[in-house]
Design a protein around this ligand. Structure first.
Ligand code: PBG
Length: 326
């Protein structure tokens, strides 16, 4: 008589490794990094232990370390001087903006050793903290915002970004950016669309990282997705692919494994997931109290995100995990 004993395949580390279905490889991890104008030394972000706002110099060193750890890429965010912010967020698209200088510095330092990505959004650069420009009633004006995104994306490609990541959830953003990149001779620059980005409370620590506060207690619910919806996310993904996205992303990650899994079943392009600031902060907060083993939980979470179907994961744990795995 046959006895069914799945435990046979769990007897030794080698056996478990042989039958393992999901592996986290540093090459599929992307580290989000922040570079801030006017800093003379890196500045810690209290709600994100281990993450800093970089100077251009410390950013270069981080890029070298990330490449050495075998990471797949870096996603850059820029924090301008407060005095450079205005309602239109136009300081971001200057060739000399802090984000564009950061992109150029990283490319100069590591070349093609990892993939250099840029966050293509206005919230870091606007005085009101919204991801777009506002109309007379104070609402985000979708189509006026597209014109800004186009200039921002082209300036990022000019600075050396190999991937631009429109993260503002404006309708038509991918198509507008693709057309502009092609017209400007940047046919090879890829678009990672933040296709299914939810209006999540898990972005809290990120707003410390980029010093963004939305004016008048506002929120992003008029452009980011309602986290109660999944079919809508699939529609967003289809639309972004039809507009020319090369890769699509679900964000945040862990509470959205169902979205990832359904997206995986439907699309064959590379699928990314963003394990966001709040997800990172929760692991650290519990680990600091000795309530969980932070490294073990981080690895379990990132593995679960891959198991659900993500090809790559953007995570603040990226370099640390890669170093632990090495
Ligand atoms: C918008 C942007 C946000 C994040 C990435 N890009 C914030 C937002 O939508 O409010 C959040 C990332 C994180 O929480 O780690 N430019």
């Amino acid at each position: 008589m046959t006895t069914i004993r799945p435990r046979r395949l769990r007897t030794t580390a080698a056996m478990r490794s042989l039958v393992r279905e999901t592996r986290v490889s540093p090459a599929q991890l992307v580290l989000p990094v922040f570079v801030r104008d006017g800093l003379s030394e890196p500045s810690a972000i209290e709600s994100m232990p281990g993450v800093v706002q970089h100077t251009l110099d410390s950013l270069r060193r981080e890029a070298v370390r990330a490449a050495r750890a075998g990471l797949g890429g870096l996603m850059l965010f820029g924090v301008p001087l407060d005095s450079d912010k205005d309602a239109a967020g136009s300081c971001g698209e200057e060739p000399g903006s802090i984000l564009n200088r950061g992109l150029a510095a990283v490319r100069a330092e590591v070349g093609d050793a990892l993939v250099v990505m840029a966050d293509t959004c206005l919230d870091e650069f606007t005085s009101h903290g919204h991801c777009g420009v506002l109309d007379a009633k104070g609402r985000v004006d979708n189509d006026a915002t597209l014109a800004s995104y186009v200039r921002l994306a082209v300036s990022q490609a000019d600075a050396g970004a190999q991937v631009v990541g429109p993260s503002g959830m404006m309708d038509g953003q991918v198509l507008a950016i693709r057309d502009a990149l092609d017209e400007e001779g940047h046919e090879e620059v890829a678009i990672l669309a933040y296709a299914a980005k939810y209006a999540s409370a898990l972005y809290g620590p990120f707003r410390d990282a980029v010093d963004v506060e939305i004016a008048d207690g506002g929120d992003r619910r008029a452009y980011q997705q309602d986290w109660r919806n999944v079919r809508e996310a699939l529609e967003e993904i289809r639309e972004d692919l039809a507009e020319g996205a090369d890769m699509v992303m679900v964000k945040p990650a862990l509470p959205y494994l169902d979205v990832l899994s359904r997206a995986r079943a439907e699309v064959d392009v590379p699928l990314a997931a963003y394990h966001v600031s709040g997800e990172y902060a929760m692991v650290h907060a519990a680990a600091e109290r000795g309530w969980i083993d932070g490294d073990a939980v981080a690895l379990e979470q990132i593995s679960a995100i891959k198991r659900a179907g993500a090809d790559m994961v953007l995570t603040y744990f990226a370099r640390h995990l890669a170093e632990v795995l090495q």
